[in-house]
Every structure is written in structure tokens, then in C-alpha cells.
Design a protein around this ligand. Structure first.
Ligand SMILES: *Cc1c(COP(=O)(O)O)cnc(C)c1O
Length: 378
């Protein structure tokens, strides 16, 4: 028999920016929903998942929802944000943080972010308060935590509501406290690329029992908790299904392992990229980041599109950080936010999923180095 020739090495598989790890009890719990026919928004997994989120965050109340955008809308709506009100929000954020303010009929008032941690600048937020300001919406981007010491003090002094957008910060703490527990409401997303994922899903957490009860009622069409088909307040259908909660419960069972691996990824990227002219997000003292997406600022003058193309040619997917919301046509008023604009122009997120192997991280680092050298920047 002729010996088989070793196959020629084909191109290495593409490294995506994110990929959920569903290797725990996800399959078993979902099959349990199907086998028992509890596939809708009633069923045991919803309360178990809500309980697991309370345990993981230290929040008193948690309510499961169908995504992270409606979590923001529900929180703002139930805090009474409406027409004529202003809400202060960083311009450097995902668009949902801004759109949900507008969906309430209120006006988003943009603020700049800080250079080191890329997050809402409390001094700039303070400068933008007017008699119409109703709330502040800090966004904990990329796994870091906003300066909730300063923002909490500001909100208290000026009598403002606080909704923390924690979509990218499951597992993040400041001074040992989980994000989302500083303000009136914390909101989470469990989209397919978030640290804990259910495909699509969301949650609100709160310490205020009355507010939590209001959010629970409004989530379910505003139905009276004591009388079916009796509706005393305007409501929405923002419910989570049992199948989604089943996946979420299986995910959160492995939270510690997921966070440990993400910490290791972040530390390893720091070591691998030490010789390159890139800057990492630097959370303030007291923050334990959950490192949602490890992101770097390319050096001034770098052509980010070309860097991404060059890395893609080497099988490495990357994504730009968010564009600033004040530059979107429906919000553009010609204002300038120098720090946010600079970060938005230079930021690049690297593959950061928990099952990313060390050898694939080496490929990412090599590809970034080659792309920067190609532009004479390294
Ligand atoms: C993902 C995300 C959201 C929205 O979550 P969805 O579940 O996709 O609706 C909101 N804010 C930020 C900062 C996000 O990253």
C-alpha cells in the first residue's frame, strides 16, 4: 500500500472576535424546556436565572427581559423619564444607550469621556446638568467600570436618577461592588457576544423594591399582579423566555471560569503587545475589569481600516470601537467631544472569547505587529 502523503497544510481557520462557549449545561437545560413544553415566558429557569444574577451581583432584585436594549428603555421609563427631560449619556457608547433615551421622548445630552478608561467623565457630566436633567446614564464599556464614586455623589447632590448600562460589564466590580448596584437600576445584555450570553436576552437589577415591582409589571404588559387581564399602567412585552433563561443559568454556572480565562487573556495580550505602540484601556483604581473585549488604541496616524484588512488577510477578525453617537445623523448638532472622538477613531477590539487558545492569541499579536510595521509604525 502506498503510504499516504501528509496533507498540505491548508489556511489556518479564521479567528473571530467572539464566539460563545456553550459547553456546560446549556444543551441539557434547553432540552428540559422542550421535553417539558415550558418554552414560553413562564417556567422555572427564569426565576433560577434571576436568582443566579442576584447572587452574582449582590443585587436585591433582578428581572429577566428579552434583550439589553429594552432593559435600558424599561429602566428609564420606570424612573419616569419622558418628554421634556434630559438624560446625560457618554457620546462614546453603543447606540442603544442613546436611542432608549429618545424612545422615552426625552433628549440625550452627550458628555465626553476620560482619556485613561475611555468612560463617562464626571466633570463633563456635571457641567452639562440643567434644570431639565432627570438622570445620568453611565456606560461601563469593554469590561471597565465608570467612576461611580464621583457620579454617585453628583447624582445624589443634584437629585438625579442613575441607570448603569452594564451590558459589557458582567463580572466587573468597583471597590468590591458589582457594577449596576451603585445606581437606581443596572441593565445587562446577554447578546451572543457578551460575557454571559443567551443569544438574545437582558436583565435589570435594582435595590429599590418598589421600582423593581414597577419594572416587573411594566415588563408584562402592565398587567395587575393580582388580577389577570387588568392593566392599570402602560406596559410592554419585554419578557424573557424559559429557553433563554435555561441557557443563561448554564452560562452563569461557569461564570468564575469564564472570568478567570478572560483575565488571563487580557494579561497575555498585554505581554504579547508590550513592544508595540498601542495603548490599552486603563480602568481607574479599585476596578476589577471583566475584560469583555480586549481593546487597544492604535498610534496616532495609523490607518485603522488598513490594519483591520491586513489582520483579516492573516485570518484575524477585529472590530473598530463604537463611533460617537453625536456624529450619527439623527443626533448630530455640530458639538465636539475631543477625547471621545480620538478614542472612537483609534480604538480596535481584539478576539477575546473564553475558548481562545494561546496559539491563536500569538497569531493575533503577530498579525497586529505585521500590520503596524506595514505602516511604518512599529
Ligand atoms: C450590547 C449592548 C447593549 C444592548 O444590548 P442588546 O441585548 O443587544 O439589546 C446596550 N448597551 C451596550 C453598551 C451594549 O454593548
Amino acid at each position: 500500500m502506498t503510504p499516504l502523503r501528509a496533507a498540505a497544510p491548508g489556511p489556518l481557520p479564521n479567528i473571530p472576535v467572539y464566539r460563545p462557549d456553550l459547553s456546560g449545561n446549556e444543551r441539557r437545560y434547553v432540552l428540559e424546556c422542550l421535553d417539558t413544553t415550558w418554552i414560553s415566558s413562564l417556567g422555572g429557569f427564569i426565576e433560577r436565572f434571576e436568582g443566579a444574577v442576584r447572587a452574582a451581583t449582590g443585587a436585591e432584585h433582578a428581572t429577566g427581559l428579552c434583550n439589553g436594549t429594552v432593559a435600558l428603555h424599561l429602566a428609564l421609563h420606570c424612573l419616569g423619564v419622558g418628554p421634556g427631560d434630559e438624560v446625560i449619556v457618554p457620546t462614546f457608547t453603543y447606540i442603544a444607550s442613546v436611542n432608549t433615551i429618545a424612545q422615552c421622548g426625552a433628549t440625550p445630552v452627550f458628555a465626553d469621556c476620560r482619556e485613561g478608561d475611555w468612560l463617562l467623565d464626571p466633570a463633563d457630566a456635571a457641567a452639562r446638568i440643567t434644570p431639565r436633567t432627570k438622570a445620568i446614564l453611565p456606560v461601563h464599556l469593554y469590561g471597565a467600570a465608570c467612576d461611580m464614586r464621583a457620579l454617585g455623589a453628583l447624582a445624589k447632590e443634584r437629585g438625579l436618577g442613575v441607570v448603569e448600562d452594564c451590558a459589557e460589564a458582567f463580572g466587573t466590580t468597583l471597590d468590591g461592588r458589582h457594577v449596576g448596584t451603585f445606581g437606581d437600576v443596572g441593565t445587562f445584555s446577554f447578546f451572543g457576544n457578551k460575557t454571559i450570553t443567551t443569544g438574545e436576552g437582558g436583565m435589570v437589577i435594582s435595590r429599590d423594591g418598589a421600582l423593581a415591582e414597577r419594572m416587573r409589571i411594566v415588563r408584562g404588559q402592565g398587567q395587575s399582579p393580582t388580577r389577570r387581564y387588568w392593566h392599570e399602567v402602560l406596559g410592554f412585552n419585554y419578557r424573557m423566555t424559559n429557553i433563554v433563561a435555561a441557557i443563561g443559568l448554564a452560562q452563569i454556572e461557569r461564570l468564575d471560569a469564564i472570568l478567570a480565562r478572560k483575565r488571563a487573556l487580557a494579561a497575555r495580550y498585554e505581554a504579547l503587545l508590550r513592544g508595540l505602540p498601542v495603548a490599552f484601556q486603563r480602568p481607574m483604581d479599585g476596578v476589577e475589569s471583566s475584560h469583555w473585549l480586549v481593546s487597544v488604541l492604535l498610534p496616532p496616524g495609523a490607518d485603522r481600516d488598513a490594519v483591520q484588512k491586513e489582520m483579516a488577510a492573516r485570518g484575524v477578525d477585529t472590530r473598530p470601537v463604537f463611533f460617537c453617537a453625536h456624529e450619527m445623523p439623527m443626533y448630530a448638532k455640530g458639538e465636539r467631544f475631543p477625547v471621545a472622538e480620538d478614542i472612537a477613531a483609534r480604538g480596535l477590539s481584539l478576539p477575546s472569547y473564553p475558548t481562545l487558545s494561546d496559539s491563536d492569541m500569538d497569531r493575533v499579536a503577530d498579525a497586529l505587529g505585521a500590520a503596524l510595521r506595514g505602516q511604518g509604525l512599529a
